[in-house]
Design a binder for this molecule. Sequence first.
Ligand code: SAM
Ligand code: SF4
Length: 355
Amino acid sequence: MTAIALGVPAIRRDPARMPTTFERPDVAGLVDRFGRVARDLRVSVTEKCSLRCTYCMPEAGLPPIARSNLLTPPEIARLVAIAVRDLGVRDLRFTGGEPLMRADLAEIIALSSAVAQGASISMTTNGIGLDHRIRQLVDAGLTRINISLDTVDRDHFSRLTRRDRLPSVFAGIRAAQDAGLAPLKINAVLMRDTLAGAADLLEWALANGCRLRFIEQMPLDADEAWARDNMVDAAELLTVLGDRFALTQPHREDPSAPAEEWLVDGGPATVGIIASVTRSFCESCDRTRVTAEGTVRSCLFGDDETDLRALLRDGADDATIAEWWRAAMWGKQAGHGINAADFIRPLRSMGAIGG
Ligand code: SAM
Ligand code: SF4
């Protein structure tokens, strides 16, 4: 199979095309036309990955981004500084592709941590090779970590990710726990293929002190195999888990939080479900994203990007970069629209955006 294109959309870089900010209130934060405020920044650091999860990457991987087009550690840290100091960002998460594929990840974290002004610094990773790097990353300032794991069956893992690397993921999980990053959050994408092993995965998570969250699969797979009428939803998962565990819903502290938590067998252990498709939380979305090439993406599903890398490299000052970032977020769309008859998939797949 040949690699598909990254799907990079038309990118705003001409000052004459700055998104219109007509009626935008004169406030520092990343507000949008629907009253949302973005305080959670996701920074993708690479398109490369050690796995090829079928719900994310094409078999051949994404076409490589030229090294000169990737943001450098000082460029990432400069954007982080602007985000926390001038734009009200409180949470920072590194993602990809697989962030551990960047040899300079510790430098990215250390430089970002130095300007983060107390914002949390976390990472979403598949965990492969994490055991060799965790100490360095924690010393650099990493405070939290989410590890993606969809099955604890080695053959199934190999088919799903197209790589036989489950033992390495387990080693990464243990290393993160030993480094004090517990309780560890585990993310699993819900697919027809993974439903049968969902109860085993939960049993494993409970036995290993991990907090498991299932995520409904979104139409962001590079292979474009996702189909609305065949996707597994939260209701179907609850039926399957309910055959082995007693699930009860506690009082929700924060009704706008994406994950719905269920007590397992009376608690205190819980399992989370992020029903991104069937119970969209777009109306309370607080995310802003920067791709590995340095474009701001206001929504996973919005192909409208603004090029901050060009501004950085053209010598723009912080105030100008902040103004472009605000304008980009002001134009954020209302929601993903997956359930609408006229829904069109975004050009970029999940691995090319940064989940
Ligand atoms: N490689 C890292 C990892 O797998 O954790 C970070 C990048 S990955 C794109 C970030 C998250 O997106 C992972 O938890 C992954 O399971 C999730 N993801 C990927 N494709 C998805 C899809 N089509 N629908 C829902 N979640 C998806
Ligand atoms: Fe790689 Fe993460 Fe995508 Fe899997 S979900 S292919 S680990 S980027």
